[in-house]
Design a protein around this ligand. Structure first.
Ligand SMILES: NC(=O)c1ccc[n+]([C@@H]2O[C@H](COP(=O)([O-])OP(=O)(O)OC[C@H]3O[C@@H](n4cnc5c(N)ncnc54)[C@H](OP(=O)(O)O)[C@@H]3O)[C@@H](O)[C@H]2O)c1
Length: 276
């Protein structure tokens, strides 16, 4: 049976770049909300020699994620899931939509795909180095487990906490950081649950990357760039390669951790360049 790789947020940015680094014997499923973007991505992949399919999915809807999982499983054995779908503070939307897509979307993706995946497969959830930016005492970690049992209460608690920030962009930024901190926590949790079935789960946290999203955030969200080792943004293709290698089956012992792929900016800020 053919091996299938599913990439959410695959119509653009680092999701699309990760597809271009996958082995060509895999069937690639490119997913996102906008069909025109997916079709362009699939055409690009086909021109490179891939067998690729477009399938719309809104990861903030469990039903939509279920349909995506059934579609992918109908093409072959789902071996790799790269969950790159996400929205950021500078985009249209609210604190709630950020949390629904980035946090609850990850719950739906991991839960629904783990039902159709078998031993030797992998889920990579894309987080962000902004997951590390909040002081731990301010993170409502006890509320995280509600994401699986009481979504509305989970959202209410995280929105309430993000309302501590002043200004709309800051509140959305706070919600974004919480959503991505949750992704790191949740991917670890899933690694230990799905590990029994032989499914590997890892999160990967990019720093500021020059995708459509990253360029949009660079004005207000670029404060970490001077703290990175080379004092630059990351390139989408660098992150595509990082995601594809983490998702590679040969990386079979990498599980239950977050891969911080941010050019060193988090450590630069915390320790090595903080006096700058
Ligand atoms: N760029 C950065 O600086 C940066 C830094 C840290 C983390 N990240 C994370 O990296 C991931 C990829 O972002 P990117 O930089 O590659 O930006 P991007 O090009 O904007 O990619 C994000 C993709 O997610 C899709 N998407 C958004 N909401 C969705 C939903 N509800 N369901 C399905 N797909 C959805 C978007 O397509 P549609 O709108 O058509 O659905 C888009 O193709 C995101 O999770 C982001 O939070 C980015």
């Amino acid at each position: 049976m053919a091996n299938v790789c599913v990439i959410t947020g695959g119509g653009s940015g680092m999701g699309l770049e990760s597809a271009k680094c996958m082995p060509k014997d895999k069937i690639i499923v490119i997913s996102g909300r906008t069909m025109s973007k997916l079709e362009n991505a699939v055409n690009e992949l086909k021109a490179l020699g891939y067998e690729a399919y477009a399938k719309t999915c809104d990861t903030s809807s469990r039903e939509s994620v279920k349909e995506l999982a059934a579609f992918a499983a109908g093409l072959g054995e789902v071996k790799n899931v790269i969950n790159s779908a996400g929205v950021s503070p500078a985009m249209k939307g609210t604190q709630e939509s950020i949390l629904r897509i980035n946090a609850l979307g990850t719950v739906y993706m991991n839960e629904e795909f783990s039902k159709v995946m078998n031993a030797g497969s992998v889920i990579v959830d894309v987080s962000s180095n902004s997951a590390y930016i909040l002081p731990s005492m301010i993170i409502p970690k006890k509320a995280y487990k509600l994401a699986e049992t009481d979504e509305e209460k989970f959202l209410k608690k995280l929105i309430k906490r993000s309302n501590l920030a002043k200004g709309e962009y800051q509140r959305k930024g706070f919600a974004y950081s919480l959503s991505k901190n949750f992704v790191v926590w949740y991917a670890k949790k899933c690694a230990f649950e799905y590990g029994k079935k032989g499914i590997r789960v890892v999160s990967l946290s990019p720093g500021l990357i020059a995708t459509d999203m990253g360029n949009l955030e660079s004005k207000d969200g670029g404060m970490l760039i001077p703290f990175s080792a080379e004092e630059r943004m990351g390139k989408p293709e660098e992150l595509g390669y990082a995601l594809a290698t983490v998702a590679d089956e040969r990386n079979g012992y990498l599980a239950g951790v977050d891969v911080l792929c941010d050019g060193g900016s988090t450590n630069g800020m915390k320790e090595f360049k903080k006096k700058k």
